[in-house]
Design a binder for this molecule. Structure first.
Ligand SMILES: Cc1ncc(COP(=O)(O)O)c(C=O)c1O
Length: 370
C-alpha cells in the first residue's frame, strides 16, 4: 500500500532552482561557468556580515534566540516600525509558507496572484489544499491590480503582489496600490513582497509596505537579506505585519526558525549601507548593459527595477538557454516561469555580464536573430 500522503501534496511540483555551477561544469566538461540564474548578489556577502559570522561561529553550540530579539529590534529601529510588527523567517520563503499556514485551511480558500509571478505563493496555497487564482499580468508585464481586485471572492484570503515582480522585474506605483487598497474588501490581506526593495526604493512613486502597515492597513510587507545584502545562503527574511498577523506567525513558526548565525549576520548587514550602495550601483550599470544587449539582438527587455532582466526573444527561449549553457552561462528559461519566449538573466559582475553578452550574441547569430 502507498503511504497515505495528502493528494494535494503529490500534485505539487518540487521547486526548480537555477542549475548549480558545479553540475554544469561536470555535465558539460567546462572550466569556467557563470551563473546569472538566481538573482544573487554578484559582489558577494556584506563584509560586515562576514566578520560577524566568523565571531558567531564560536557560539554555534548554543541554541538561537527563538524570538530573534536583537535582529528584530535592529530592523524595527532601522525602518521605524514597532518591534512587535517585525516578523522573521528562514528566508522570506518561510514567511510566505507561514502565511499560507496561518490563513488557509480549506479547499474553498483562495489566494490571488499575478501570472507570472513568484512561484512560492502558489506552493503555499497548494500545500494547504487551497485554490490559486492567477490573474495575468498586463501587456507590459506589470501586475494588473484592478483585475486582481475584480478576481476577489468571499473566499479570498490573501492577495500577493511581488513589487518589483519576479520574474519580470516590473513595478506597480503607489497610486496603483492606494487605489487597490481602497477598492479591496476588508477580509483580504495584501502581501507586498519587497524582496528587491533596495533596488527600487529610490523610485519616487514606490509604494513602501512600511507606510501601509503603520497606517493600520491589512497589509504585510516582506523583505529579505538574500539580495542586496548578499546573504542568500544564510537564509534570513523579515517583514512587517499588523500585530494580530505577527502574533499568529509567532504561534505557528518553529521555535528556532532563524538560526543564530543568520541573526548576527542580519544585524551587521542591515548596518552595511556601503555594501548595499555598491550593489545597487553595480546593478544599475548591469541592467543597462543587459537591456542594451537584448535590444541589439532584436529582443524586448522589460523595464526592470530588480537585479535581473526579463526579455522576450520572440521565439522559444529554451534552445537559447541550452546553447548559452553549452557556452558556460546559466540563465533562467521562461518556460519554467510561465513565459516560454522569455529569458531571465540576473545582473552579474561587469566581467560576467560581458561573458553573457558575448555568448548571447554568438548564440543568436547561430539560431538566427530577428
Ligand atoms: C519575489 C521573491 N520573494 C521571495 C523570495 C525568497 O527570498 P528568500 O527566501 O531568499 O528571502 C524571492 C527569491 O528569489 C523572490 O524573488
Amino acid at each position: 500500500m502507498d503511504p497515505q500522503i495528502r493528494p494535494n501534496v503529490l500534485k505539487m511540483t518540487p521547486y526548480s532552482p537555477g542549475k548549480p555551477i558545479a553540475e554544469v561544469k561536470r555535465e558539460l566538461g567546462l572550466e569556467r561557468v557563470v551563473k546569472l540564474a538566481s538573482n544573487e548578489n554578484p559582489l558577494g556577502p556584506s563584509p560586515k556580515a562576514v566578520e560577524a559570522l566568523k565571531k558567531a561561529a564560536e557560539e554555534a553550540h548554543i541554541y538561537p534566540d527563538g524570538a530573534a530579539h536583537d535582529f528584530r529590534s535592529a530592523a524595527a529601529e532601522r525602518f521605524g516600525v514597532p518591534y512587535e510588527s517585525v516578523i522573521v523567517g528562514n528566508g522570506s520563503d518561510e514567511l510566505i509558507h507561514l502565511l499560507g499556514l496561518i490563513f488557509l485551511d480549506s479547499a474553498d480558500d483562495e489566494i490571488i496572484v499575478g501570472y507570472p509571478s513568484f512561484v512560492r505563493y502558489d506552493a503555499a496555497a497548494h500545500l494547504a489544499n487551497a485554490k490559486v487564482v492567477q490573474v495575468p499580468l498586463d501587456s507590459d508585464y506589470r501586475h494588473d491590480l484592478p483585475a486582481m481586485v475584480k478576481a476577489v471572492s468571499e473566499n479570498t484570503k490573501l492577495l500577493f503582489v511581488a513589487n518589483p515582480n519576479n520574474p519580470t522585474g516590473t513595478l506597480v506605483t503607489k497610486a496603483e496600490v492606494d487605489a487597490m487598497l481602497r477598492d479591496l474588501p476588508e477580509h483580504v490581506t495584501v502581501i507586498l513582497d519587497e524582496a528587491y526593495y533596495e533596488f527600487a526604493a529610490n523610485e519616487s512613486d514606490f509604494p513602501c509596505s512600511v507606510d501601509y502597515v503603520l497606517e493600520g492597513r491589512n497589509v504585510v510587507g516582506l523583505r529579505t537579506l538574500s539580495k542586496t545584502y548578499g546573504l542568500a545562503g544564510i537564509r534570513l527574511g523579515y517583514g512587517f505585519a499588523p500585530a494580530k498577523i505577527a502574533d499568529a506567525i509567532n504561534r505557528a513558526r518553529e521555535p528556532f526558525n532563524v538560526n543564530s548565525l543568520a541573526q548576527v549576520a542580519g544585524i551587521a548587514a542591515l548596518d552595511d549601507e556601503a555594501h548595499v550602495q555598491r550593489t545597487v550601483e553595480n546593478n544599475r550599470r548591469g541592467l543597462q548593459t543587459l537591456a542594451g544587449a537584448f535590444e541589439t539582438i532584436g529582443a524586448k527587455p522589460y523595464p526592470s527595477f530588480a537585479n535581473f532582466v526579463f526579455a522576450d526573444l520572440g521565439q522559444p527561449a529554451r534552445p537559447v538557454f541550452q546553447a548559452l549553457l553549452e557556452r558556460g552561462v546559466i540563465v533562467r528559461p521562461g518556460d519554467v516561469l510561465g513565459a516560454p519566449n522569455c529569458l531571465r538573466v540576473s545582473v552579474g559582475t561587469e566581467e560576467e555580464i560581458d561573458i553573457f553578452v558575448k555568448a548571447l550574441t554568438e548564440v543568436m547569430a547561430g539560431v538566427g536573430a530577428r
